[in-house]
Design a protein around this ligand. Structure first.
Ligand code: NAI
Ligand code: MG
Length: 493
C-alpha cells in the first residue's frame, strides 16, 4: 500500500497538490458506426457513381473508424438535380409546415445528443465535454431557432416579399462538424431553400448521421443531400451551374478561389473564413476572470476556432502578473484522451493541421519570440500539441499575423486604448475581438473602432443562434444567425 502511494505520488504532478484524477472515459458502446457510408441523394443512401471511397480516422488514436464515399462530378450533378426537384415542393410549402420538420430535427438531435457527442469526439478529437455541452446543444438550438422563423418571414422583413433562392451549396469545415452543418442547414431550410451539403474530409461522420436524422424526421426527398468528399468535391459543387447560392466556411485561400469561380455568375455567396482575433485586456479588468476568458478564447477546441482569441493584447502595466497567472492556469489544463470527461484539450484534428501548427510555432521561435508550453504528457499515438503561449512577439511575426488554428497564443502589449485598437486591427482579418475592462464606456468605444464582426466584452467565444456572426476584410462577408443570417437565404425584392 505504502509502495502504491509512493508510486502515485511520483506520477501525480505537484500542481494538483499530489492528487491524481482517475480516468473518466465516456462509454462508446452505444454508438455503432457502419463500416461504409453512401451518399445521401434524393432521400436515399446511394453508392458513389465515382466508385471512390476514403477512410476516416479517430485523430486521437489514428484508428480507422469507417469508409465513406467520395462524391465525384456525376454525384454532385445528381445531388443538385435532386435538390432542384425538391425545391418545387419545399419552397412552396407553407412556412408552418416546414417548421414542423425543423422542430422535429431539433428534438431528435436532443434525444440522440449523447450518441452524436461521442461520435463527434471520436471523429474530430474534441473533448467530450465540449461536444456534449457546446456542439450538441447549439446544433439543436439552431434548428429550434430557425424553425420559429419559418412561418414568420413576412414579419422578419416587413414590406418585402421574401422568397427562397432555390438550391444552396454548402461547404463546411472540420472544427465544428455537426454544428456547422446545423448552422448552415437550419436557416437555408427555414427560408425554403433546398441544400447540397459537403462536410469536411476529416470529419464526415456526424453530418452523415444527421442525414439519418433528417430521414427519420420525414423530410421530403431531396430537400437535403449530403456528399462526402474532399476539396475536389467541394469545387465541383460550388462551381455547378444548377446552384443558386453558395455558403462556405473554411480557409481564406479556398474562400478566395470560390469567389473567383462565382464572380459574374449572379449567384449569391457568403464566406466565413479565417481570423486572428485580438483579446484585449486593460489594467482595470478583473484579471482572474480575464485569464479564464483567455484560456477559453484560445484553448477551447484545441484552438481550431475561426474566431479564437489567438492574439492577447495586454496593457503593459499588468502584462507580467497576467502572463504569470495565465501560465499557472495553463499548467492545470488536462490534455489527452478526448473521450475522458475531465479532458480540457483534445487531439489535433489531423496530421496536416498538426504539421501546420508545428511549422508556425517553429517560425515564431526562429523570429525570436519566447515560447512557453504547459507541462503535460502527450499520448504516444494520435495528433497532439501542448498548449503554448508566446511572449516577446512583434507585430510583424507570422505568429502575430497568420491563423495558426491550434492551441497557440501570441502575447503583445499596448499602453493606450488607441494603440490597442491600432494593433488589434493590424491583420488582414476581422472576425472577432474581446475587450476586458471595468469601464462600460470603453467597451462601447472599442466595439465601434474594432474591425471585427463580433466583439465580446468581458467574455469570449459565446455563441447563440439569435446573434449574427461573420467577418470583415479577409474574414469574409455575410452574416450567419439571427435575422441577418436568414436574409442571406432569401430573395427580398
Ligand atoms: P479548407 O478551406 O481547405 O477546407 C474547408 C472545406 O472546404 C472542406 O470541406 C474542404 O473539403 C473544402 N474545400 C477545400 N478546397 C476546396 C475548393 N477548392 N472548393 C470548394 N471546397 C473546398 O481548410 P483546410 O485545408 O482544412 O484548413 C487549412 C486552414 O484553413 C486551417 O489551418 C485554418 O487556418 C483554416 N480554416 C478555417 C476555418 C474556419 O472556421 N474559418 C475552418 C477550417 C480551416
Ligand atoms: Mg485545404
Amino acid at each position: 500500500m505504502a509502495e502504491q502511494l509512493e508510486r502515485q505520488r511520483e506520477r501525480a504532478p505537484a500542481r494538483f497538490g499530489g492528487l491524481e484524477y482517475a480516468p473518466a472515459p465516456e462509454a462508446t458502446d452505444h454508438v455503432t458506426i457502419r463500416s461504409d457510408h453512401g451518399l445521401l441523394i434524393g432521400g436515399r443512401w446511394v453508392e458513389p457513381a465515382s466508385g471512390r471511397r476514403f477512410k476516416t480516422i479517430n485523430p486521437a488514436t489514428e484508428e480507422v473508424l469507417a469508409e465513406v464515399a467520395e462524391a465525384g462530378e456525376e454525384d454532385v450533378d445528381a445531388a443538385v438535380r435532386a435538390a432542384r426537384a425538391a425545391a418545387k415542393v419545399w419552397g412552396r410549402m407553407p412556412g408552418a409546415e416546414r417548421a414542423k420538420y425543423l422542430y422535429r430535427v431539433a428534438r431528435i438531435l436532443q434525444e440522440r445528443a449523447r450518441e452524436f457527442a461521442v461520435l463527434e469526439t471520436m471523429n474530430g478529437g474534441k473533448p467530450i465535454k465540449e461536444s456534449r455541452d457546446v456542439d450538441l446543444p447549439l446544433a439543436a438550438a439552431h434548428f429550434f431557432y430557425h424553425a420559429g422563423w419559418a412561418d414568420k418571414l413576412d414579419y422578419a422583413f416587413p414590406g418585402r416579399r421574401p422568397a427562397p433562392l432555390g438550391v444552396a451549396a454548402q461547404v463546411i469545415p472540420w472544427n465544428f462538424p455537426l454544428l456547422m452543418a446545423a448552422w448552415k442547414l437550419a436557416p437555408a431550410l427555414a427560408a425554403g431553400n433546398t441544400v447540397v451539403l459537403k462536410p469536411a474530409e476529416t470529419t464526415p461522420l456526424t453530418a452523415l448521421r444527421l442525414g439519418e436524422v433528417l430521414l427519420e424526421a420525414g423530410l421530403p426527398d431531396g430537400v437535403v443531400n449530403i456528399l462526402s468528399g474532399a476539396g475536389a468535391t467541394g469545387a465541383a459543387l460550388v462551381g455547378h451551374d444548377g446552384v443558386d447560392k453558395v455558403a462556405f466556411t473554411g480557409s481564406t485561400e479556398v474562400g478566395k478561389a470560390i469567389q473567383r469561380t462565382l464572380a459574374g455568375s449572379g449567384r449569391k455567396l457568403t464566406l466565413e473564413l479565417g481570423g486572428k482575433a485580438a483579446n484585449i485586456v486593460f489594467e482595470d479588468a478583473p484579471l482572474d476572470q480575464a485569464v479564464e476568458g483567455i484560456v477559453n478564447g484560445i484553448y477551447f477546441n484545441q484552438g481550431h476556432v475561426c474566431c479564437a482569441g489567438s492574439r492577447l493584447l495586454v496593457q503593459e502595466s499588468i502584462a507580467e502578473p497576467l502572463v504569470d497567472k495565465l501560465k499557472r492556469r495553463m499548467a492545470t489544463l488536462r490534455v489527452g484522451d478526448p473521450l475522458d470527461k475531465n479532458t480540457d484539450v483534445g487531439a489535433i484534428n489531423s496530421r496536416a493541421q498538426l504539421d501546420k501548427i508545428t511549422e508556425l510555432v517553429a517560425s515564431g521561435e526562429a523570429d525570436g519570440a519566447e515560447a512557453w508550453q504547459a507541462p503535460c504528457e502527450l499520448p504516444s499515438r494520435g495528433f497532439w500539441f501542448r498548449p503554448t503561449v508566446f511572449t516577446s512577439v512583434a507585430q510583424s511575426y507570422r505568429i502575430a499575423q497568420e491563423e495558426i488554428f491550434g492551441p497557440v497564443l501570441s502575447v503583445l502589449t499596448f499602453r493606450t486604448p488607441d494603440e490597442a485598437v491600432e494593433k488589434a486591427n493590424n491583420t488582414p482579418y476581422g472576425l472577432s475581438a474581446g475587450v476586458w475592462t471595468d469601464k462600460g464606456s470603453r467597451i462601447l468605444e472599442l466595439a465601434n473602432r474594432l474591425q471585427a464582426g463580433v466583439v465580446w466584452a468581458n467574455t469570449f467565444n459565446r455563441f447563440d443562434p439569435t446573434a449574427p456572426f461573420g467577418g470583415y476584410k479577409e474574414s469574409g462577408f455575410g452574416r450567419e444567425g439571427g435575422r441577418h443570417g436568414l436574409a442571406a437565404y432569401l430573395d427580398l425584392s
